[in-house]
Ligand binder design. Sequence first.
Ligand code: PEP
Ligand code: MN
Length: 333
Amino acid sequence: MIIVLKKHAPEHIVENIQNRLTSSGFIFNVIEGVKYTVIPVVGDFTMSDISRFKAIEGVDKVLNISRPYYLSSKDYKPKTVIDIDGVKIGESFSFIAGPCSVESEESLEKIALNLAAQGVKILRGGTYKMRTSPYSFQGLGENGLKILRRVADRHNMKVISEIADIRQLDQFAELTDIIQIGARNMSNFSMLKEIGRLDKPCMLKRSPSSTIDEFLLSAEHIMSEGNEKVILCERGIISFDSSSRNSVNIASIPILKDLSHLPVFLDPSHGIGVAKYIPNASVAAYILGADGIIVETHYDPSVALSDGFQSITIDSFAAIKDKISLISSVLEK
Ligand code: PEP
Ligand code: MN
């Protein structure tokens, strides 16, 4: 950090700051300019809230020059590939698809059968739904997770589902391959830490009101407990524009890829919230360097029990896959 003192700070103030830095074990240098004195400081700030230096008499500002996260950053490692029994995330572009909610074994079977035929390896399906209204469909709970597991196993697929409460952790550890931490729980730090103690891939969704730094710090909460199998998922941020459900910040894809070694996904479904825009946004995610997409897909969105208006059809999903593979073959040439 760099401590900048107020203009013409008197000698006794500079001395006071020097004494405090010395007693806290920091290494520093006092640079006296014509008007300002600046003090660059290095050391271990993990046990020290550096904003407290702003409260010292004579200090004008304190500039933090280091990133607040490490394990999720490229300084820690260049790239992460998550291997789920041969299904690799972070190596080539991955597709995750399935309904918003698991509705019944029959309807999920229809969806999974068609997606598996397209080569989709990971099936999504919510069973504990975090709905805005308590009167909306709340999901099938543990039974839904069992259905998801059974259907996926029949088609040799992996599953991802959203955990809503830490008391469900045992069920998720047993029945899922990837635990989804929803946007509403991105800052549920005790949940992040518990999942961090598992040896289990998880997908962390970005809260619509969080900054990229806050998002990566949430990943850091998981990783600092030992679990490095974290997938980041952009799903739109809050804005003044109501033409889409959230504003999909596609720029965050190259930004996250630049800052972090973790795989980065886009969820255009919850980000945009309008089915007809999902295909082009999915292709854009590929072009911008994302590692995959997770898309709500239904055999008939008009009968879906949740998020039907943003779910795309199986054919539409197939068209996205075809377009991405066409573009990738052109780019390879
Ligand atoms: C979901 O994927 O079903 C979901 C609710 O996502 P989010 O947490 O991004 O809203
Ligand atoms: Mn949904």
